[in-house]
Design a protein. Structure first.
Length: 536
């Protein structure tokens, strides 16, 4: 392992051993580069190592949410369900690490705290929490867009006598809520997945909801062997068709180019119902203008509200569960039996907009003047998305430029991959890219392939450094903003804007242009001898 005692620098130092870090290490080695991965956790898997909460599973279908770089891998691996559960995804990550002999290049339990660009060495000096140091020509951050849990500072939370769990940092040993009174704060994706499972165990479950979310059915089931065989008969073609899709998946769904505003009421209902019965993110593809036209969007939103009112027996509870915002301006949630859970007599919903959380007590919390008692608390409060991990790192570029100063007003970057002033630094699936709007493994493979091709280009020409220009970066940020302006994504407060984190600058962070457009722009920059970059 290369440390401060080894004078030979690495070619590539990778931070994070999730799917992004694993593939980056594989590709770097294929290219003959000397590379290692530093991982803060005790195992590989990233998201699927930490997010072990009850009901955790992927919300993109398993046959799509998997690596496509090796035909042998995708033929031999067998998924058990339409939407893979967390334990299976973690097994898959470990299988990939073992199959390609990656473990000897991964240092676990090693949290990177400092990374400074060294102008004289034209590379990076990286330090871990325990003081170990490494040198590398290139630094690749594969820490992921959703890796820093958001832990709100509720008044008096430390007074609560029972255990407190966060969905994004769940214990490795099983948590049994049998016979317990459980409180859960948050009804985003992790809360919505875990609430039905916890309700099946707990004696009482109290759900504290600030903002109701739209939940479409997953219709999860064991994977159909005939479907699996059909996909595997032409997996390469299936992958290519998916990469041509706006979100990098869903090529098997009918593609609709008609507006929701021009069809009859009957056809509107039939198309929305057909997508509802299929389940998953494809619901928003029932018509071409659901994310562009407020009137079209309102029709789809009201369709979902009717589904909620039909599923939830208590009309008052149903109305609390009916979202008011645009459908799709927050990430759509995909789950089974969420709304039906609130028909169970031991499950209670508390609207903290009308009854805000005032403070915690030893036995629970006070909301709207009323005390709610519970034995255990679950925080399903999400993540400091897309920038949280980097903003907690002592990351300094040319001239000692701190990332905290560079991004004080929001994240700026070029192509969602590089940051002006930070030479030889690449960020996988970060802000400015389509990462969180895409099947993230498609995004990861695209980013890693682009990065390794860039390094090969530099090496072939004897270039030591590459850095984005300030002009290219400013133009890219403007492009990201203008693209979002043309949609309904800015009509509500979401983690896409950083709105879930007090004091975080409000800036729309991901690119909403669609994966094919984004991939083309990245390819064009490379084809034009890395236009928008300075090579030295």
């Amino acid at each position: 392992m290369t440390a401060s005692t080894d004078p030979q620098p690495l070619d590539v130092l990778i931070v994070g051993a999730g799917f992004g870090g694993l593939y980056m290490l594989y590709k770097a080695r294929q290219q003959g580069l000397k590379a290692i991965v530093l991982e803060a956790a005790g195992g590989v898997g990233g998201t699927w190592y930490h997010n072990r909460y009850p009901g955790a599973r992927v919300d993109v279908q398993s046959m799509e949410y998997s690596f496509g770089f090796d035909e042998a891998l995708q033929q031999e691996w067998r998924w058990s369900e339409r939407y893979a559960p967390q334990p299976e995804l973690l097994r898959y990550a470990n299988h990939v690490a073992d199959r390609y002999g990656l473990r000897d290049g991964i240092t676990l339990n090693t949290r990177v705290t400092k990374a400074h660009f060294d102008e004289a060495a034209a590379g990076w000096q990286v330090q871990a929490e325990d003081g170990r140091q490494w040198q590398a020509r290139f630094l690749v951050l594969a820490s992921g867009p959703l890796s820093t849990p958001n832990k709100p500072s509720f008044p008096g939370l430390e007074q609560f006598a029972g255990p407190v769990y966060h969905t994004g940092h769940w214990p490795h040993e099983p948590v049994d809520f049998s016979g317990q009174r459980v409180g859960i704060i948050g009804t985003g994706s992790s809360g919505i997945q875990s609430i039905p499972v916890i309700a099946a165990q707990a004696r009482e479950l109290t759900v504290f909801q600030r903002t109701a979310n739209y939940v479409v059915p997953a219709h999860n089931r064991p994977l159909d062997p005939a479907y699996e065989a059909r996909i595997k008969a032409d997996y390469a073609g299936f992958r290519a068709r998916n990469r041509a899709m706006r979100n990098g998946f869903g090529s098997e769904l009918p593609q609709h180019t008609v507006s929701a505003l021009v069809v009859s009421e009957q056809e509107l209902e039939e198309r929305l119902e057909a997508r509802w019965q299929i389940g998953g993110f494809g619901f928003l593809g029932a018509f071409s203008d659901l994310m562009m036209n407020p009137k079209a969007n309102a029709l789809a939103a009201e369709f979902v509200r009717r589904k909620i009112r039909a599923a939830v027996k208590d009309p008052a509870v149903a109305e609390l569960l009916c979202p008011e915002q645009t459908i799709g301006c927050k990430r759509l949630c995909v789950a089974n039996d969420y709304y039906e859970t609130f028909n169970q007599p031991h499950v209670k919903l508390v609207d903290i907009r009308s009854a805000p959380i005032e403070r915690f007590t030893a036995g629970g919390l006070i909301s709207g003047g009323q005390e709610h008692g519970f034995d255990a608390l679950v925080l399903a409060t999400g993540f400091d998305a897309m920038t949280g991990t980097l903003m907690r790192l002592d990351l300094r570029g040319r001239g000692g430029l701190r990332i905290q100063d560079k991004w004080a007003g929001g994240p700026s970057n070029y192509l969602g991959l590089t940051i002006a002033g930070f030479p030889n630094l690449f960020n996988i699936a970060g802000p400015g890219s389509t990462s969180v709007f895409t099947n993230v493994i498609v995004a990861i493979e695209h980013h890693v392939d682009w990065i390794t091709a860039c390094i090969a280009y530099l090496d072939a020409r004897g270039c030591r450094t590459i850095t984005a220009t300030e002009q290219a970066e400013a133009q890219w940020v403007d492009y990201v903003n203008k693209t979002a302006d043309g949609t309904l994504l800015l009509t509500c407060n979401s983690w896409y804007l950083g709105a879930n984190i007090p004091g975080k600058p409000r800036q729309f962070m991901p690119l909403a242009a669609g994966f094919p457009v984004y991939a083309q722009k990245c390819a064009e920059a490379a084809a034009q001898d890395y236009k928008g970059f300075e090579l030295a």
